[in-house]
Ligand binder design. Structure first.
Ligand code: PLZ
Length: 447
């Protein structure tokens, strides 16, 4: 049985209108000093969080089906993570690994070598954010191959830095007005079974991608193919079977570095330690962040030692990369994934959620598809009888859930997808309570 944080009661409780008066006061204060460009999905302000509950400043307890965008997979404030952080903070907060190294950085790299796919020798570099991990994967692939071009998928999300904006597909809100973007990024079609031609196999979707890449770029120019095993912000798109195996064969044949961006899908989230394991292929490099540190900021590139070590000495790094407090948190977090078998917990969540939602879908024609793996699950909403994306429906469902104390996030290239990313330690009864609320909100779409 997963350890729960006991500090915050694991039940839903709505005491005020949402947002309550204390949240509304903070929203006012924010407006005077925080850039209006920074968004927040929900207008409730956090006071404490534990397990799968976020308690707001008005004393409401919300069931968290977002986990801070797939970060607090071990539960918010997991006791083992809290203890590890407290101990490290008291010892030292920072020396800079590039100045005075420390053991925990090495221990995190050892853990990453062990848990990432493949039995080959792997090396890692630790950084601060998912975007920074993706940037470094591109640097490594270009240095190792001596080639400039990078292939990215339609519907991809890789970050908000200049290079990763170029790699991200969606213009609004991520790119509009922020150009010019980094060059040598080429977008190729993904596998999107709901919207691809009926019956298209994963191999056919991969061949479609390869045809575009060979015609528009040329294999001898391509350093890397960077792709999310399940496209996250793009709508939780699970590729058709065979997509990745075909791409693995093609990239290997042409010396193209295959980078799995597991920033959102990694660390037990999909019912395996990494989502790429479901595809039966071993990537050359893996980028991780989010769930790695139990809420502390940390990210990594892990992969083939021969590629990682091609870069000249001093070529990778950063002041805070592999911060000792974040490393201590990551060691405790990875231990929880393994010791509490959270991949199995994710599979149990998948069974519980999909049984409920597939049944609801039979009565709600706006639901085009319930999809995903493990505890990375989504509902795509359309205008009934069409595939026309219905963003307003997704917003309405999220708002109805929030009013009842259930926090759900949306995603998708058209904003029409409800996504579920609960902490993997959520208790089944609490998840059932949240599913009651979500089901009622979805039924509301049926009129
Ligand atoms: N790669 C696959 O999902 C972050 C971003 C939310 P950072 N996704 C959530 C937002 O609106 O900013 C993400 C991802 C994948 C890279 C990233 C970037 O990770 O830690 O946000 O930089």
């Amino acid at each position: 049985m997963p350890t729960q944080s006991v500090a915050v009661e694991q039940s839903r409780s709505v005491l005020t209108a949402i947002p309550g008066p204390a949240s509304r006061a903070l929203a006012e204060r924010r407006r005077t000093v925080v850039s209006a460009a920074v968004g927040s999905s929900v207008p409730v302000w956090a006071a404490r969080a534990g397990g799968a509950i976020v308690e707001d400043v008005d004393g409401n307890r919300l069931i968290d089906l977002g986990a801070g965008i797939a970060v607090t997979s071990v539960g918010a404030s997991h006791p083992a993570v809290v203890a590890a952080v407290q101990e490290q903070v008291a010892a030292f907060t920072h020396t800079c690994f590039m100045v005075t190294p420390y053991e925990s950085y090495v221990a995190v790299a050892e853990a990453l070598s062990r848990v990432t796919p493949g039995e080959h020798e792997k090396h890692s570099v630790l950084v601060n954010s998912g975007a920074e991990a993706v940037e470094n994967a591109v640097k490594i692939a270009r240095r190792a191959t001596g080639r400039p071009a990078v292939l990215v998928l339609d519907h991809a999300y890789h970050g908000r830095t200049n290079l990763t904006m170029a790699m991200t597909a969606k213009a609004m809100p991520y790119k509009t007005g922020f150009g010019p973007f980094a060059g040598e990024i080429y977008r190729v079609p993904a596998s999107y079974p709901l919207r691809d031609p009926a019956g298209m196999t994963g191999e056919q979707a991969a061949r479609r991608l390869i045809e575009v890449a060979e015609r528009q770029v040329g294999t001898d120019q391509i350093a890397a193919l960077v792709a999310e095993p399940i496209l996250g912000e793009g709508g939780f798109l699970v590729p058709a079977p065979g997509f990745w195996t075909t791409l693995r064969e093609w990239t290997t044949a042409h010396g193209i570095v295959l980078v799995a961006d597991e920033v959102q899908s990694g660390f037990a989230r999909t019912g395996a330690m990494f989502a790429i394991e479901h595809e039966g292929v071993v990537p050359d490099l893996v980028t991780t962040a989010k769930g790695i540190g139990g809420g502390m900021p940390l990210a990594a590139v892990t992969g083939r030692a021969d590629l990682m070590d091609v870069v000249h000495g001093g070529g990778l790094g950063g002041t805070f990369g592999g911060n000792p407090v974040a490393c201590a948190a990551a060691l405790a977090t990875i231990d929880v994934y393994e010791r509490e078998d959270l991949p199995a917990a994710a599979r149990a969540i998948e069974a519980q959620v999909t049984a409920r939602l597939r049944e609801v879908a039979t009565r709600v024609p706006a639901i085009a598809e319930v999809r995903g793996r493990g505890a990375m699950l989504a509902i795509e909403l359309v205008r009934p009888g069409t595939l026309e994306p219905d963003k307003a429906a997704a917003a309405a469902v999220a708002a109805a859930c929030l009013a009842q104390g259930v926090l759900v996030l949306t995603c998708g290239s058209w904003g029409n997808v409800i996504r579920l990313l609960p902490p993997l330690v959520i208790e089944p009864a609490l998840l059932d309570d949240a599913l009651d609320v979500l089901s009622a909100a979805l039924e509301g779409l049926a009129g």
